[in-house]
Ligand binder design. Structure first.
Ligand code: MG
Length: 389
């Protein structure tokens, strides 16, 4: 069997590091061709010598020069985020793992899809903000999107071979983050927000998990990836993070996907799809777990989830605006510019401001990019007002 070539974009982040482990585990069938990261010189050099990709892309030019100096001529080292695009089109690559946070990897995603490749998508912002364009491009050029996000990967498995019209509801589970029981405390500190009870993840997504915006973004992803109306997507708090999602059908049957909360499993699912092979993840012992719990989410204490549904129902550019405002608000919280409880405020105000404008029926890449820029600027203005800058 010819080995399939893989590129890992965002290799030094939490998903990227797990992806490299999985690729190494599957080395008899996949070959790492390229890695891309932002600027962590030591980590990039260590990954290069451990996993031996042919090409290394470093988006920060200074860091790229340092990597080049350190690694010599053994590797092709490219500088700048734009270098992702030709690599995404490289015929040696069959699967692009997109794990760059935010929407910086959009062009590379579209390029890979329009070259008919598979994109294993971990970056939810790309689907949330640009889902229509991404899905359209995949359809047109026979590219394939496989979701790495564990809830979406679970749905992808539950829906295999099922007709869309037979779905009654899709249910996404949420761990609930650190505050689901009592609501977020007043002036929650960064440390308390970043203490996730079940998953080990990057900072942005861990904050999103604490506000429940992460689940909101996943509801939007589900609607855009599977073409399901928003009112057919539900969420439930499930603190054990063992059931990742469930699909309920019109006959009353529910299919669920269960596993340990370990991202190496959905990553492997995308790399070997539609086959299954032994993984690095230990099997689940049900008699050890004994019980699983499910609670309705409290949308009054966690308004972000509701805001995501509002953006979805409004449609057009609203999900893109919601995502942009959230990115700005979370960054401001992590930079100690705003309090945790202001995150939903900033998003709501930005969304309301956007909804005052004329609704765009036909979405294009430039219309969405313009909406993203405007929402970013508006949210930044709000933050500067409250932080007194
Ligand atoms: Mg998830």
């Amino acid at each position: 069997m010819k080995k399939r070539g893989v590129a890992v974009f965002g290799s030094t982040g939490s998903i990227g590091r797990s992806a490299l482990e999985v690729i190494n585990h599957l080395q008899h069938e996949v070959q790492l061709v390229a890695i891309a990261a932002q600027q962590s010189v030591n980590q990039i050099c260590a990954q290069a010598s451990r996993y031996q990709p042919e090409t290394i892309i470093v988006s920060d030019p200074e860091a790229a020069q340092k990597v080049k100096d350190r690694l010599g001529r053994k590797y092709q080292v490219l500088a700048g985020i734009d270098a992702l695009v030709p690599i995404a089109a490289d015929p040696k690559i069959d699967i692009v793992i997109m794990a760059i946070s935010g929407t910086a990897g959009l062009n590379a995603t579209l390029t890979a899809l329009s070259s008919g490749k598979t994109v294993a998508l971990a970056t939810k912002e790309i689907l949330v903000s640009y889902g229509e364009i991404v899905a359209r491009t995949a359809r047109r050029f026979q590219g394939k999107i496989l979701p790495i996000d564990s809830e979406l990967a679970a749905l992808h498995q539950c829906l295999a071979g099922q007709e869309i019209k037979s779905i009654r509801r899709l249910i996404l589970t949420a761990s609930g983050g650190p505050f689901w029981q009592n609501g977020p405390p007043k002036n929650a500190t960064i440390d308390s927000v970043l203490k996730h009870p079940t998953w080990k993840m990057g900072k942005k997504i861990t904050v999103d998990s604490a506000t429940l915006m992460n689940k909101g973004l996943e509801v939007i992803e589900t609607v855009k990836l599977f073409g399901i109306p928003p009112d057919k997507v539900a969420t439930v708090i499930h603190p054990e993070s063992v059931v990742h999602a469930l699909a309920e059908f019109v006959d009353g049957s529910i299919l669920a996907q269960l596993s340990r909360p370990d991202m190496r499993l959905p990553i492997q699912y995308c790399l070997t799809y539609p086959r299954r092979v032994p993984s690095l993840v230990a099997p689940l012992n049900l008699t050890e777990i004994k019980s699983l719990h499910f609670f309705p989410p409290d949308t009054r204490r966690f308004p972000c989830l509701q805001l995501a549904y509002e953006a979805l129902r409004y449609g057009a550019t609203a999900p893109c605006v919601l995502n942009a405002a959230n990115q700005v608000a979370v960054k401001a919280f992590l930079n100690r510019k705003i309090a945790f409880e202001l995150i939903p405020d900033i998003i709501e105000k930005t969304l309301k401001e956007h909804m005052k404008k004329k609704k765009r029926a036909r979405l294009s890449l430039s219309i969405l990019q313009q909406a993203e820029r405007r929402a970013t600027d508006y949210a930044l203005k709000l933050i500067n007002l409250v932080s007194g800058e």
